[in-house]
Unconditional design. Sequence first.
Length: 438
Amino acid sequence: MSDRHAEAVEVLEANRREGYTIPSATLYPFQWNWDSAFVALGLASVDPAAAARELTTLLSATWPDGLLPQIVFWEDAEGYFPGPEEWDVDVERAPVGEGGPVPAGERVRTSAITQPPMVVPAARRVYEATEDESFREAVLPPLARHLDWWLDARGADDLVAVRHPWETGMDDSPAWTDPLAAFDPGDVSYDRADRKNPDLADQRPDDWDYDRYVALVRQGRDLDWDETRLREASPFRVEDALTNALFVRACEDLAALAGNSGGADGDPDASAVDPDRWRAQADASRGAMRDRLWDGDLGTFVSRDRVGERPLRANSVAGLVATYAGVPTDAQFARLRENVEGNFLAYEYALPSYVGEGMNPDRYWRGPVWMNTNWLVAEGLRRYGATDLADRVVADGVELVEREGFREYFNPESGEGRGSDRFSWSAALYLDWRDRRS
Ligand code: 9WN
């Protein structure tokens, strides 16, 4: 197996556009929210200026109310559905960071949902790598506004909810089947772009799921993306275990970033972010996850359906990400560790995205291994001192990439690469693993 360090850098450069990186030239030709966060994490040690720019470009598309879009359509590109026409919304680019694809003040089209707030941990890492005060001051206000938005638009008793499976980043997780089955998508017609490549047809989500994804988008558009109305009207409202874990971690990292305040000559806006408030929010949300999302039988955190008022009991990698935010108590961690060892590490390659009934090693988020969840869970296991397990998760990730290339996901039994190739976060997180291990 060969070291692919130089190739990873080359993939990220090839996927780089003006101030941001697309996830994949063949499947995802725009800027994606949490993909950019993972790309910035990987670039932090190799090209810190590009890492900082990745995040400022993303944050400059924050909506006035604080929503940070899942997709920013900076430039026109073919081959992705749903594209900008389907969402039918745009935002004025804010003056965050320099340069970039369109000048501040001009309008850019975006999607109208978000993704887990990985942007905050990424910003903290980039600041720690660069100690660049102007970066810190530029990003603190939009990051704080974004976390406030989660609480205002999506919060209830310290947990936050998503209103589309795409917001979770784990789009077709088996956990969403019940809440999606609870509503009728009606007669939706559309033309999928992702299944045109026959190799991918059986790996991507089914039409059954897509009908519901599209129906949710059309409902949001009909309601002018009004969060107040969607809070009541959306048939899909879920307290996702992974999103809540990253929200807790984001609160913790925002507090750390604000705590590094520039002192007397620090920017007043930046120092207005109160670290104590965000530390307290992290504690409160951590407590809410322990109380309301823990499933002792499965030994993991599970999502909760706000509409049906029921737990969505799936043993998916999403639940393990709680470790990255220090959520499990010691007793919960002991149980979670048993689950990891007995189920997730029972496969040839860690970590399958799902291990319960109906697991499919080749289909998207229903079984394959993804590098971003390996990265998050490895960091989380280290936080709990489980270095043996963390090392296995990282070693498997590195091995898969070195053997198969920067694929989007991998079969946990055979290790074969799946989905698109030259996928940005697989390259970026590989760089982070290589650089920190050497
Ligand atoms: C919808 C870009 C994104 C990732 C998601 C992954 C996939 C999109 C899609 O690709 O989702 O957002 O069309 O399948 O599930 O995590 O951010 O890489």
